[in-house]
Design a protein around this ligand. Structure first.
Ligand code: AMP
Ligand code: TRP
Length: 337
């Protein structure tokens, strides 16, 4: 059985979105729009795998929706919705957690990172999270999943779960979805530590650029970003052992659409005293219009809710019949929906 191409991806509303989310995910979601069917989800059920203050979660979910719209997601072209509005996710998540094996979960590096030494005390949901992510993707029989580098392992696990389901029930029901990891910014690093990814959950706000930051804040964070005292080399090869410097050049290149080597060549011999203001200007030029649109959208939360509810109806119309078929394949008597 061949499946029509369909893109699915998700972002957790567990904090404000960052430049990493924009370059690694959002901007690429916009590029795919119009080429194939695109389904984009604010995964609030994933967010609650760690404690979320309820009022903040509501705010962040609407703000993430505003970021999608401001970045160029068109709700007429893409299905944009909130995960918890569509019951297929939680339902198929359970069913697939009965297909996935504990040994597979134990290999997930994101779980190990997030749980740290505290693995006994984290939520059961945090452990089962990859099965829910597989359900997100497979409930739409999605074939392609644009993500940043850090999600590759989870998409590969989704392929394993889909293959085991197909094998165990003797069907060709779920596609084996492909991770789509492209571009120069698949892993944007922290501005404070070149060995860690830029993350909305980093305790240090100075480590990231938020899509809600104003121009002065962006410039200040870039000015204070950790670097070294050496000038820029003529190509990226010269930045091999300089992760912070490499990160800033990559960000610049991703923002302007240039090759990182071309950016190095242009700034060759100059120090970060010259490079950082240039980077700040480029970052503000790209992000300011988005932030302005986000703020305008956030002034009318009822309109955001209306867009999300309409998206959920369309998502449900795709996912509910697929999950009903999956139930039947697994041997459940067909119910009312
Ligand atoms: P999350 O914020 O963990 O829900 O991630 C949402 C999407 O953004 C996923 O596709 C991630 O891979 C991507 N992403 C998150 N942080 C980064 C980063 N620092 N660099 C590149 N992509 C990222
Ligand atoms: N786990 C992803 C992250 O933390 C978010 C996510 C949830 C997702 N479900 C998904 C991404 C389905 C792609 C497809 O970034």
């Amino acid at each position: 059985m061949t499946h029509a191409p369909r893109i699915f991806s998700g972002i957790q509303p567990s904090g404000g979105l960052t430049l990493g989310n924009y370059l690694g995910a959002l901007r690429r979601f916009v590029e795919k729009q119009g080429q194939v069917e695109t389904v984009y989800c604010l995964v609030d059920l994933h967010a609650i795998t760690v404690w979320q203050d309820p009022a903040r979660l509501r705010h962040q979910t609407r703000e993430a929706a505003a970021a999608f719209l401001a970045a160029g997601i068109d709700p007429a072209q893409s299905i944009l919705f909130v995960q918890s509005h569509v019951p297929a996710h939680a339902e198929l998540g359970w069913m697939l957690s009965c297909v996935a094996r504990v040994g597979w979960m134990n290999r997930m590096t994101q779980f190990k990172d997030k749980a740290g030494k505290n693995a006994e005390a984290v939520s059961l949901g945090l452990y089962a999270y990859p099965a829910l992510m597989a359900a997100d993707i497979l409930a739409y029989q999605a074939t392609h999943v644009p993500v940043g580098e850090d999600q590759k392992q989870h998409v590969e696990l989704t392929r394993d779960i889909a293959a085991k389901f197909n094998h165990d029930y003797g069907v060709e029901f779920f596609p084996l979805p492909e991770p789509v990891i492209e571009g120069t910014a698949t892993r944007v690093m922290s501005l404070r530590d070149g060995s860690r990814k830029m993350s909305k959950s980093d305790p240090s706000d100075a480590s990231r650029i938020n899509l809600t930051d104003d121009a002065d804040t962006i410039a200040q964070k870039i000015r204070k970003a950790r670097t070294d005292a050496d000038p820029l080399p003529g190509s990226m090869a010269g930045l091999k052992d300089r992760p912070e410097a490499r990160n800033l050049v990559n960000i610049y290149a991703a923002l302007t659409g240039e090759a990182p080597d071309a950016v190095c060549a242009r700034f060759e011999g100059q120090g970060f005293g010259a490079f950082k203001p240039a980077l700040a200007e480029v970052a503000v030029g790209v992000l300011s219009p988005i932030t302005t649109r986000m703020n305008a959208l956030m002034a009318d939360p009822a309109e955001i809710d209306r867009i999300l509810l309409a998206g959920a109806e369309r998502a449900d119309a795709v996912a509910a019949p697929i999950v009903a078929d999956a139930r039947e394949i697994m041997g459940m008597i067909r119910g009312a929906r």
